[in-house]
Ligand binder design. Structure first.
Ligand SMILES: N=C(N)NCCC[C@H](NC(=O)CCC(=O)O)C(=O)O
Length: 444
């Protein structure tokens, strides 16, 4: 049977804005208060997704979330009509209003952790939405994320959906951003590499001192248990706390894997050699560890350019390509490195650049914008077909964006009562386009 690695990209929501909400994420903080362009952001994302579909990849889309999140604002005591809730929150607690308006669900690498059927004991594809407890604005995502995943992968015979982990920092979980599956072929059993930032229940374990470690070992282990993975097919590896303190807030900002390739910065991990030996032992195929040295690319350049937040994909020809943000072309050290990389005799033979700057300015590169789901052809056929990218869906979604999205949004616009009306109108229409049913609270 054929097998694929599908990418499901998050559609950028109508409230995409720069409010500087993510402490530890350098781009989010340094671009706080810029004026955003939600329409351009959504179109950039669609272009990237369509480009991958045109390369012959299985490409889907995941719906964004309803924002402003008036349910959370009401839950914390703001009352009255929608307009009154927004106005009171803007006056009394603007930071909380901002947290309820982020379009952060676009970064679907943080939507969930996914284990393909080849790895799981019951032979189903398992999904656990990430609880994202480290950031207030992201902690309000998992319930709706679960609804959207269930409406997209809506067949119990092939797909198993779990509840997100308990909402406590001991179980801080950021989903696939800290999870890489290594394998020979997508349909063969692989090794699932879980990268965590700290051990929550071991007070003497090393951890970052400046910025938070968003993923805990305890969360990664819980996901591996839920997904019915064998110990022999899991590796748990700690991220280097020093690089978290330099702005590497997720592992996918410092390493990325595909099949038997792990592309990583030499400072990415702790205990690197011993852990790589464990990976080699657990894999039944040769591994290519493609190391980037600090002398080639500094951590600062990696964080600015998102060299490692690239997607490595296997094209239908069997060749691997890197999908990079145009920011990598603009950074001389990184551009020189990528030009050299394709000549080094590794499986990576091409680099393709896409402009996703609207997302990059909030710290989200090409790899943040997608959730990987490896599936065989029966499983692909069981996915909600209306979410799969093709010429017709691309045209329809661009028209939908053109109709509903603003081309400018500032933080002071977030209290505009018209914005929630626009957002709900857009999302209601989107659920009809993607045939998702009622996934949003305002539809229930
Ligand atoms: N690396 C991966 N997989 N994802 C990137 C997520 C970026 C996101 N930015 C934000 O949430 C910024 C929102 C704002 O500031 O308004 C975050 O920090 O969680």
């Amino acid at each position: 049977m054929k097998h694929f690695e599908a990418n499901f990209d998050g559609l950028v929501g109508p409230t995409h804005n720069y409010a500087g909400l993510s402490f530890g994420n350098v781009a989010s903080l340094s671009n706080a208060a810029l004026t955003s362009n939600p329409k351009a952001a959504a179109k950039q994302g669609l272009q990237k997704a369509k480009a991958l579909a045109d390369l012959g990849m299985v490409q889907g889309v995941l719906a964004p979330q309803e924002r402003p999140d008036l349910y959370t604002l009401r839950r914390i005591g703001f009352s009255g009509s929608d307009a009154e809730v927004l106005q009171k929150a803007a006056q009394q607690a603007p930071a909380l209003l901002n947290a309820c308006c982020s379009a952060s669900s676009m970064w679907t690498a943080n939507a969930a952790t996914v284990s393909p059927s080849a790895d799981t004991r019951d032979g189903k594809v398992h999904f656990t939405p990430a609880n994202l407890v480290d950031k207030l604005h992201r902690s309000i995502e998992p319930i709706t994320t679960g609804n959207i995943l269930q409406a997209t992968f809506n067949n119990d015979r092939y797909f198993k959906h779990h509840q997100h982990l308990p909402e406590h920092t001991s179980f801080g979980d950021e989903g696939a951003a800290n999870h890489t599956r290594l394998c020979s072929e997508y349909g063969h059993a692989g090794v699932e590499l879980f990268v965590y930032g700290q051990e929550a229940t071991n007070p003497s374990a090393v951890k970052p001192t400046k910025y938070p470690a968003r993923q805990t070992l305890e969360a990664s282990q819980a996901v591996a248990r839920l997904h019915q993975l064998e110990d022999e097919s899991c590796v748990f590896m700690q991220q280097n706390p020093d690089v978290i303190d330099q702005g590497v807030f997720h592992n996918d900002v410092i390493s990325v894997g595909n099949q038997n390739v792990l592309f990583y910065h030499e400072q990415a991990f702790l205990n690197t050699e011993a852990k790589f030996d464990e990976i080699r032992r657990k894999m039944n195929t040769e591994m290519h560890f493609v190391k980037v040295a600090t002398s080639q690319v500094s951590i600062d350049d990696a964080v600015r350019s998102y060299l490692f937040n690239t997607q490595i994909i296997t094209l239908p020809s069997g060749e691997m390509a890197i999908i990079a943000p145009t920011n990598c072309q603009e950074n001389p050290a990184v551009f020189a490195y990528l030009n050299e990389l394709v000549t080094l005799g590794t499986p990576i033979k091409q680099v393709r650049y896409y402009d996703v700057k609207q997302s990059m300015q909030n710290g989200g590169g090409p790899a943040c914008l997608r959730l990987r789901v490896a599936m065989n052809e029966q499983e692909v056929a069981a996915v909600n077909p209306n979410t799969i990218m093709n010429d017709a869906l691309f045209t329809r979604l661009n028209t939908w964006v053109e109709k509903h999205y603003r081309d400018q949004l500032t933080v002071s616009d977030l209290a505009d009562p018209q914005l929630i009306i626009e957002s709900r109108t857009a999302l209601d229409e989107l659920t009809q386009i993607l045939k998702l049913g009622s996934v949003y609270q305002f539809q229930r």
